[in-house]
Design a protein around this ligand. Structure first.
Ligand code: G3P
Ligand code: MG
Length: 244
């Protein structure tokens, strides 16, 4: 297996549910809890600016409605992505990938960028995100690119083969091993419920790291650490010490 620069504990969407997910405020809060590695979801605005948002639509986490990827960055940048969470965060904006890169790089943190394409834009999102990552990180402390969508990872691979990639799995669908091989992945990130001794062994034997999401329960964390998984993505940044 190749060297693994990422800490074992990874803060999900910045700081899980303690601050508005996928905002700079969430990253700051996660960092305040000692986290040094963060996961976030990235998609494209209509004018192809990569920015952080989990859902396809704006409905849950902003006052706007409809598909986020249909709007230009200039429209998206004016939305309040914090008030839905709590008054403390009212006015918190959606961040660009560039803004998050600046925070992460200045602090020497590590990042796991989940490529979360608007449906129908898988390949283009993988390509554009990879190109931005090349420019923003310029070869140092490279982010891990992950996705549930093999088409997005394949486009990232074609654009920037040197960037590390991980296949996300919510189920063990047929041929996932073949896909991870063809995508030249360095890791597989599974729903924690899928991970057991046999799968962990299979992943490690293939030469990949084994990571799990979203681990919020102490008993689950203990079970996974005993299996020697390489990374745990958690919302519970206030309960799990990232040193553990
Ligand atoms: O990247 C791991 C995890 O974030 C995948 O699930 O839905 O929280 O993006 P989701
Ligand atoms: Mg995610």
């Amino acid at each position: 297996m190749s060297p693994w620069p990422y800490p074992r504990w990874i803060a999900h969407r910045g700081a899980g549910k303690l601050a508005p997910e996928n905002t700079l405020a969430a990253f700051r809060l996660g960092a305040g809890h000692g986290y040094r590695c963060f996961e976030c979801d990235v998609k494209l605005a209509a004018d192809e600016v990569p920015f952080l948002l989990h859902d396809d639509t704006l409905d849950r986490t902003t006052p706007a409605q409809g598909t986020a990827g249909d709007r230009s960055w200039s429209e998206l940048s004016r939305l309040d992505a914090g008030a839905w969470h709590s008054r403390t965060y009212a006015g918190e904006p959606l961040p660009t990938l560039g803004a998050i890169a600046s925070f992460v790089r200045h602090n020497r943190f590590m990042l796991n960028i989940e490529i979360k394409p608007t449906p129908g834009h898988e390949a283009r999102t993988g390509e554009v995100v990879a190109r931005h990552v090349q420019r923003l990180w310029a070869g140092e402390a490279q982010p891990l690119l992950s996705s549930f969508r093999p088409e997005a990872l394949a486009a990232a691979q074609a654009t920037a083969p040197e960037l590390p990639r991980a296949l996300l799995l919510d189920s063990l669908w047929p041929n996932w091993i073949e896909f991870a091989r063809r995508l030249d992945c360095v890791a597989v990130i599974t729903n924690h419920r899928l991970m057991d001794a046999e799968l962990c062994r299979q992943v490690h034997e293939a030469g990949w790291r084994a990571l799990c999401y979203t681990v919020n329960d102490a008993a689950d964390a203990e079970r996974l650490l005993a299996l020697q998984v390489d990374g745990l993505i958690t919302d519970a940044v206030d309960r799990f010490s990232p040193a553990g």
